[in-house]
Design a protein around this ligand. Structure first.
Ligand code: ZN
Ligand code: ZN
Length: 298
């Protein structure tokens, strides 16, 4: 089976077009939004004809549904101490899981949000409560996945302990439908030096696996504009940031990356294109080819 390598592609013209652009760039994995990410979308569903069109486009592109991750909206803050905001975020997270389940994708990832009262333990607990509600409300095979953060301000999820703490706070009966994913830029920005050596890089994966009781369910492969521990969330093309290319080669050499979506969220060469233009982004295409060159059986 080829490695599941892809990117968050542009969805101008709809998510079927995102799938076509991914296929044309040689991708075998894909990340999308299921609604406009700067809104809560608490009421937005997915129409059956949209699901059908998306599945048809995926099939044509040769991308399995199990290689697709939905990225939740950025505005959701499930760690907030503000009761009203938390309620909106928890409702929106539930709806994200519902849309992703309707699309039959592998998982939906989300940023835990910020504990603006600086009570980090309470923040971890609030994220787990929001996840619990989503998982209790929506049944299905699609997983709800915590993404590690770059650690700016009071954002939760910047350490192994916080990601593991969220998952450990879920009711045991729901735990199997949850998991986590790691963004390499966020790891580096929050102080995990995956660029130091192969041992250091693989050691970070080990630490997360040991604390969470399972390996990650996806990776976001991004280089970092910010330096180690800078808490800056600015993605760069692989090899053009502070992490450098070696870390990505080491990660692709680890068996834990063999069957999970490996997704680029790196800057794209083309930011605007016509709704019916399914051509691949040249930078995405280049990054995918680079990643494939790291593995013997691509
Ligand atoms: Zn993210
Ligand atoms: Zn990021």
């Amino acid at each position: 089976m080829p490695r599941l390598i892809g990117a968050h592609t542009i969805d101008i013209g709809g998510i079927p077009m995102a799938a076509r652009r991914a296929g044309n760039a040689g991708m075998t994995a894909l990340q999308i939004f299921s609604a406009i990410p700067k809104y809560y979308n608490e009421k937005a569903g997915v129409k059956p004809e949209r699901v059908t069109a998306f599945h048809a486009a995926l099939a044509e592109a040769g991308i399995a549904r199990t290689a697709v991750i939905v990225h939740a909206g950025y505005v959701l803050n499930c760690a907030t101490p503000d009761a009203e905001k938390w309620e909106r975020a928890a409702t929106a997270l539930t709806k994200e899981l519902e849309r992703s389940t309707t699309l039959q994708v592998r998982g939906v990832c989300f940023h835990p949000g910020a504990a603006t009262d600086n009570d980090r333990d309470a923040g971890v607990a609030r994220v787990a409560t929001a996840m619990t509600r989503a998982l209790e409300t929506v049944d299905g095979a699609t997983k709800l996945l915590v993404e590690n953060s770059a650690g700016a301000g009071n954002t939760i999820g910047r350490t192994v302990q916080e990601v593991a703490g969220i998952l450990a706070s879920l009711p045991p009966s729901l735990r199997a439908r949850a998991g986590y994913g790691l963004d390499t830029c966020h790891l580096f920005a929050s102080g995990y030096d995956i660029s130091a050596s192969e041992n250091a890089c693989i050691g970070v994966l080990d630490a997360f696996e040991q604390a969470c009781g399972e390996p990650p369910s996806f990776l976001h492969l991004n280089d970092s504009l910010g330096t180690l521990g800078s808490n800056r969330d600015r993605h760069m093309l692989l090899g053009e940031g502070e992490i450098g290319i070696d870390a990505f080669r080491w990660l692709l050499g680890d068996p834990r990356t063999r069957d999970i979506p490996l997704l680029l969220e790196t800057p794209q060469a083309i930011e605007m294109l016509a709704e019916d233009d399914a051509s691949a982004d040249p930078d995405d295409e280049r990054m995918v080819a680079l990643l494939r060159s790291f593995v013997a059986a691509p």
